[in-house]
Design a protein around this ligand. Sequence first.
Ligand SMILES: [Zn+2]
Length: 286
Amino acid sequence: MISDSDISALQRRRAFLKLALMASVAVQWSLPLEVLAAEAKTTASKTASTAVPPRKPRPPRLIMIDPGHGGRDPGAIGLSGTHEKDVTLDVARRMADALSGYPGITAKLTRDDDVFLPLEERVRIGRNAQADLFLSVHADSAPNTAARGLSVYTLSEKASDDFSKLLADQENKADLMGGMDLPPADKDVTAILFDLATRRTHNTAQRAKANFVQSMGRNWHLLERPMRAANFVVLRAPDVPSMLVETGFLSNPRDEQILRESAQRLKIARLMAKDLAAILNGPLFG
Ligand SMILES: [Zn+2]
């Protein structure tokens, strides 16, 4: 029994494969891979009747803002009792509000209430919406109470590689289960192209992080080494460039004070919105 969600997952995978094909052409790989790509294209054309229609030339860029934690999960708790989940929701809402004022940008939230949302669900929401960028909003806590300032994470390189391999395996398994039992050669092609597209997503996220940190540093206090990478589940979408911003340290008295103030939360939300709108409307996402 194939449900609507199975069908949309299949369509999504086909769209992703198409993206992978484009990536392989763009990087001009050596002949053997091009031959493989041609094979994959032939396979894709056999199933063209169910392929998703091409996107319009310049649709609005969609940013999915993910307020960290929520519900039974308070996140970090500050020295004065500030709950991270409240800071993240307020900043995310204000960011979405500010972003709606920029042309060519649409902003959505993974949660707009004090509810618990599993990490995988947050990733799924971003992927299903076909977001151009996923931004998870958090506030740090560290044993060193002197640590303060904003920092931004992307998925670490190794985690990205491991995960893309795992995903490629799962995708192949899903093809079999969905009745698309491709010959072994085509499954290899799918795995290779899937890996290429995942790397492309990861590279975009890293460049977005560099741009974002650089522009935020002009107007906001940054952590000493603000460019960070870790194996966060919430950053693992293979097809949506994803970042996690730590707005400050709730374990630092000065940062906590800042994040407790409504006017400061509005300030950081507007600054982040301005910089992200410029990045989304810039050449990286052009
Ligand atoms: Zn957090």
